[in-house]
Write a protein that binds this ligand. Structure first.
Ligand SMILES: NC(=O)c1ccc[n+]([C@@H]2O[C@H](COP(=O)([O-])OP(=O)(O)OC[C@H]3O[C@@H](n4cnc5c(N)ncnc54)[C@H](OP(=O)(O)O)[C@@H]3O)[C@@H](O)[C@H]2O)c1
Length: 165
């Protein structure tokens, strides 16, 4: 399986605040939806609980928790270790790791592709993206975000691919 990261961060690599996103950026939500739909998504229990409307549609939602009795609906998969992923994901699938911080940390050495939204603004927050060694990646796509009355911060969509050693 191929592992990808999908996330948005601010100037200081902040990704979360009080269990939520520190910003509202509907255009990024749309990009997130487009990138992840049809693929398995892997997330930490806290990120899963941050969804206001429950599991995300049209994607297999896989939740990591150390609590094997954590209750999820039938449509959602609970795992307690990343080694269990292969039971639910086909070998040729692109698995979208969507955070939070602790889950990105777990998959840091496995990730092949990075879908980053860089928001050019400083937000206060309590959750930070783990450090990524960008020397190991090549930028394959870069797109400046469109700003409007609902998307009020400057942002850039970037896609990186792991270099082949
Ligand atoms: N900007 C973005 O792109 C983005 C993306 C995702 C999340 N976020 C934000 O980030 C924050 C949440 O991130 P977070 O790092 O605090 O939490 P998280 O990674 O979403 O979830 C943490 C939980 O994952 C489980 N877990 C962690 N390591 C594990 C391991 N080795 N094995 C099994 N289970 C493990 C534990 O669940 P149990 O406690 O149940 O054992 C842990 O409490 C929120 O504010 C959210 O909005 C932002």
């Amino acid at each position: 399986m191929k592992i990808s990261f999908v996330w948005a961060e601010d100037k200081n690599h902040i990704i979360g605040k009080d269990g939520k996103l520190p910003w509202s950026l509907p255009n990024d939500m749309l990009r997130f939806k487009n990138i992840t739909t049809g693929h398995p998504i892997v997330m930490g229990r806290k990120t899963y609980e941050s969804f206001p409307n429950g599991p995300l549609l049209n994607r297999l939602n896989i939740v990591l928790s150390r609590n094997e009795n954590y209750k999820v609906p039938n449509s959602v998969v609970l795992i307690t270790d990343k080694s269990q992923l292969s039971e639910y994901v086909k070998p040729d699938e692109e698995v979208m790791v969507i955070g939070g911080s602790s889950i990105f940390e777990i998959f840091k050495d496995d990730v092949d592709r990075l879908y980053l939204t860089r928001i050019d603004h400083e937000f206060g927050g309590d959750t930070v993206m783990p450090r990524i060694d960008y020397d190991k990646f090549v930028l394959v796509e870069k797109k400046e975000g469109v700003m409007d009355d609902k998307n009020i911060y400057p942002y850039t969509f970037k896609t990186y691919q792991k270099k082949i050693n």
